[in-house]
Ligand binder design. Sequence first.
Ligand SMILES: *[C@@H]1O[C@H](CO)[C@@H](O)[C@H](O)[C@H]1NC(C)=O
Ligand SMILES: *[C@@H]1O[C@H](CO)[C@@H](O)[C@H](O)[C@H]1NC(C)=O
Ligand SMILES: *[C@@H]1O[C@H](CO)[C@@H](O)[C@H](O)[C@H]1NC(C)=O
Length: 269
Amino acid sequence: MTKIYSVYALMAAISLFTSQTLAKCPVASVCAIAHQGPSIGKEVVHENMTLYVTGKHSNTAVLYLTDATGIVQPENRLLADSFGRAGYLTVAPDLFNGTPAPAGRDPYNPSYNQTEFLACHNPTVIDPMIDATIRYIRNVLGISRIVASGYCFGGRHAFRVLAEGRGVSASFAAHPALLQDEDILGITGPVTMAAAENDFAMPTDQRRYIEDLLMSTTQPYSLSLYSGTEHGFGVRGNVSIPQVKFAKEEAYFQAVRWFDSWGRIAVGG
Ligand SMILES: *[C@@H]1O[C@H](CO)[C@@H](O)[C@H](O)[C@H]1NC(C)=O
Ligand SMILES: *[C@@H]1O[C@H](CO)[C@@H](O)[C@H](O)[C@H]1NC(C)=O
Ligand SMILES: *[C@@H]1O[C@H](CO)[C@@H](O)[C@H](O)[C@H]1NC(C)=O
């Protein structure tokens, strides 16, 4: 009798154990991500700047800093919408006053002069526009905690907004372009970066050098390198290639997890 009871007790314990360990929990649900289709946010004008705003009101907002193709690029809007579905009200400023770099994978439109474009949109022009966007999030939306997600051109600025006094708590940067040593050394909050294997804007040696700089900051950081990817994959990766689709989605989860973990903790200014 005792033996039978103990067998039943054992079976009950096993079934309890297996039902707990086999319970399926959503870990990284791709249902938050839209790669195509219509975008769902709206445009507002603040201090003469157009802002793409998407998602529901939240305690922490995502400041979405686009690549050079700007907020007219559907992939930027869709990715901003995906942050909205992750629970973050998301605001993407038009950093180029309606004239971004030409969209497309190889934007070699003869009227586009990249040297001129970058000179016109240098940090002395862009920093104040980003500061105005931060004021919009704070003063108009009433959200005081802000995290930043930046891509290519905007990736550098995702680092810059972590400088003392800029007001961002944590950042994600995908394949940042033109990133300077002082942008990295000046961070006062946690940063995570997604790097492409083949990136003309960040060759392997430079990426390794950036790792050394990250290690020399006192901030939490992480860096993920995605195989089979090129510059731009975090936004404009070709999702019909499985390895690129995975990398784009994983970089998005990398950002969301970083914001969920670090965006809620006040570190620095
Ligand atoms: C906004 O644009 C108008 C018209 O171009 C100009 O008069 C005004 O000074 C601008 N305001 C700001 C805050 O830049
Ligand atoms: C691009 O712009 C730069 C700076 O304004 C200028 O020096 C250069 O000649 C231009 N290149 C072309 C191909 O127009
Ligand atoms: C995306 O990849 C597919 C599959 O390799 C290819 O057929 C297509 O041309 C690519 N699209 C672009 C825009 O490069």
